[in-house]
Design a protein around this ligand. Structure first.
Ligand code: OSB
Ligand code: MG
Length: 368
């Protein structure tokens, strides 16, 4: 397939809820988009880097500069046999996986549309629905936590994930577990702890959590392995797995028993599928994480989640939780904790250009 031109867009959407994690508070979402054009078709992707390097090291400003200066000039005007070939071409560059993922994911969408096949099918998935849970931000107190959990349990979400941080961990978990003895419950610390907190984290073993997500440093595997030896609850690796090689190393030293696969964090669908395959070889389940994506990134996540080793519910909850108007024309809504895979070629979703224009702060075209 040939890539003839590209559009870089940055839009901003206000969030319907205040999303507090161990690394900060978010009240709106800045959405970088890449549209690739070729042979009369377009493929669209969403970047998951943020303004500031809070989750990982990449930023929107840095990604835009790299796309303009390095990655887009490397692919515009070029033909590739398939998205894996494009991934190989960009694979000579180091790091910056979220920026590379924007090109790689748009290429998968473009290719799938040219072939007239759903993206999930092309990746090797077969499901037409995927199981989803929700990720709930830090609340002011236990009562507010139980309230927000109840609302989402009633909506049918298949797993509740609570954000925690040192000083706010056992309290929300105990209150939630007492109110809901049987739900699938997890926590996510976003790297807020160190090995010195092992005692505090060991207290979480009493609450039958499915996993504890990324308690230790964002770039660490070694300390996670030491912590895992001291806990009965499986650790789930998020931030510190950026590739299939990271996954292999982490699982080989038993740094965790679950992996949160975020397609952009690992550089795109090709690498996400490799992470999925490595985990499967180790007998380790994976699930698809989220970064508060608009409908574009959300649709990519849903398609990836159709692969067979995505056996735990993902974070890809209903778009209407996040905003009233999405950037796409379709509605991505879960029913009873099941998210339908958008039908049609590629991601199956289309940009709502009129609305997008009204919320964009940058829109530029790139050609050869
Ligand atoms: O750690 O999974 C995370 C959002 C932003 C950055 C990191 C994370 C998250 C979420 C949100 O947990 C999941 C979602 O609803 O998209
Ligand atoms: Mg996480």
């Amino acid at each position: 397939f040939k890539i003839e031109a590209a559009e870089l867009i940055v839009a901003r959407l206000p969030l319907k809820f205040r999303f507090e994690t161990s690394f900060g508070v978010q009240t709106d979402k800045v959405v970088p988009l890449l549209v690739l054009h070729g042979e009369g078709v377009q493929g669209v992707s969403e970047g998951t880097m943020e303004r500031a390097p809070m989750y990982r090291e990449e930023t929107i400003t840095g990604a835009l500069a790299l796309l303009r200066d390095v990655f887009l000039p490397r692919v515009i005007g070029q033909s590739f046999a398939n998205p894996e070939a494009l991934n190989d071409a960009l694979g000579t560059f180091r790091g910056n996986r979220m920026a590379r993922a924007m090109v790689e994911m748009a290429a998968w969408d473009l290719w799938a549309r040219q072939l007239g096949v759903p993206l999930g099918t092309l990746l090797g998935g077969r499901k037409d629905h995927v199981e989803v849970g929700v990720s709930l931000g830090i609340q002011p107190d236990e009562a507010a936590t139980v309230d927000v959990v109840r609302r989402h349990v009633e909506q049918g979400y298949r797993r509740i994930k609570l954000k925690i941080r040192p000083g706010w961990d056992v309290q929300p978990v105990r209150a939630t577990r007492e109110a809901f003895p049987d739900i699938r419950l997890t926590v996510d610390a976003n790297s807020a702890y160190t090995l010195a907190d092992a005692g505090r984290l060991r207290a979480l073993d009493a609450f039958d959590l499915t996993y504890i997500e990324q308690p230790l440093a964002w770039d660490d595997l070694i300390d996670h392995a030491e912590l895992q030896r001291q806990l009965s609850t499986p650790l789930c690796l998020d931030e510190s797995v950026t590739s299939a090689q990271d996954a292999r190393k982490g699982l080989a030293i038993r740094a965790g028993g679950v992996i949160n696969v975020k397609v952009a964090r690992v550089g795109g669908h090709t690498e996400a599928r490799r992470v999925h395959d490595v985990a499967q070889a180790f007998g380790v389940p994976v699930w698809c994480g989220g970064m508060l994506e608009s409908g574009i990134g959300r649709a990519h996540n849903i398609h990836l989640s159709t692969l067979p080793n995505f056996t735990l519910p993902g974070d890809t909850s209903s778009a209407s939780r996040y905003w009233d108007t999405d950037l796409i024309n379709e509605r991505l809504e879960a029913q009873d904790g099941l998210m339908p895979v958008p039908a049609g070629a590629g991601t199956g979703v289309t940009l709502n250009r009129a609305f997008l224009d009204s919320v964009s702060e940058l829109h530029e075209e790139r050609r050869r």
